[in-house]
Design a binder for this molecule. Structure first.
Ligand code: UFG
Length: 320
């Protein structure tokens, strides 16, 4: 049985939807940013906080949990600069309680959602896991702190973990039942689609003077369905005892600029966007593109779905 913490969130809910086909799943979520409607009905749901040891004690006593997947984090870069306490408390301190408690119950398999924000501003075209980590905001630092904790716990307490550094997660489930929904929404693709649906007046492009071919930021967009599949492959490898202390990038290895993403959305939806050129958003690196070679080599994972699939699926979800 697998415990999915944060299974009511955007990425967690996509993983749960795949995982319930193969495993019994318990979801723990405090619903602070997640939605109960996103949780697959085959999963057991417990509303509570991962930093609440009594909640965890109950779960680990009542369910036969083999591994824990952890998606429950605050993940807005700007907010983390304004309110770092929230990020260090929820993303680090509460995670520490979760890991300590699972180890107390003899559970030592853990999958962690990390981020490309751990790299900061890289100097390379394609970022491998060997690149130095110099996060430039509290969100990225909170995720890197947990990675460090995981490494130390792996050495000291025989914890086996996989940390997956997501690049730009996007897209929606093919069923159209679940997709990306944040309040407030800050991510590029949902913002563009909300605008094209008439729910926003325009799209602000944050910065046109970056050192990129068209001056706008380049990102590596990876479909949430591909991300979910990477989690399941990682979980299976952990269960087989093949991974011990592993970090993988999750990206396509191909970057698109903000202008290219807007263009792709216009073409796919057949609608024209009203664009406002705005100042740079603080904390945005010019270019973040993954080298996905390591996870390909070790788990055979490659992203199947490209930007077109991402935008089509997200458009279907937004229309629903
Ligand atoms: N952007 C705009 N206008 C918008 C929204 C975004 O121009 O209205 C731009 C951003 O400036 C950025 C790009 O679109 O250049 C992508 O922005 P997102 O907010 O969609 O995603 P980020 O790259 O900022 O963030 C993602 C994850 C974070 C993670 C980060 C790593 O969502 O969790 O990658 O850098 F920290």
């Amino acid at each position: 049985m697998i415990l999915v913490v944060g299974g009511a969130g955007y990425i967690g809910s996509h993983v749960v939807k795949e995982l319930v086909q193969q495993e019994e799943v318990v979801v723990l979520d405090n619903l602070s940013t997640g939605f109960i409607s996103l949780i697959d009905s085959k999963a057991h749901f417990i509303q509570g906080d991962m930093g609440d040891e009594s909640v965890l004690n109950n779960i680990f006593s009542n369910y036969d949990i083999d591994a824990v997947m952890h998606f429950a984090a605050n993940s807005l870069v700007g907010e983390s600069v304004q309110d770092p306490y929230k990020y260090y408390y929820n993303n680090v301190a509460s995670t520490l309680v979760l890991i300590k408690t699972m180890l107390k119950f003899g559970i030592n398999k853990f999958i962690f959602s990390s981020t490309a924000a751990t790299y900061g501003i890289p100097n390379v075209e394609l970022i491998s896991e060997e690149e130095p980590t110099n996060p430039i905001n509290p969100y990225g630092r909170s995720k890197l702190m947990v990675e460090d904790i995981l490494r130390d716990f792996s050495n000291a307490y025989n914890l086996n973990f996989v940390a997956l550094r997501y690049f730009n997660a996007a897209g929606a489930h093919k069923s159209g039942d679940i997709g990306e929904s944040h309040d407030p929404e800050t991510h590029l693709i949902p913002i563009i689609l909300q605008h094209l649906l008439g729910e926003r007046e325009n799209i602000s492009v944050f910065g046109t003077d970056y050192e990129t071919p068209d001056g706008t930021c380049i990102r590596d967009y990876v479909h949430v369905t591909d991300i979910a599949r990477a989690h399941i492959l990682s979980l299976k490898a952990l269960m087989r005892g093949e991974l011990k202390s592993t970090i993988f990038n999750l990206g396509n290895g191909k970057g698109y600029s903000v202008s290219e993403v807007i263009k792709a959305c216009e073409v796919i939806t057949g609608r024209d966007a009203k664009i406002v050129y705005a100042d740079r958003r603080s904390g945005d690196p010019a270019k973040l593109v993954a080298s996905p070679d390591k996870i390909k080599k070790e788990l055979g994972w490659v992203a199947d779905l490209d930007l077109t699939h991402i935008v089509r699926s997200a458009w279907d979800w937004h229309n629903k």
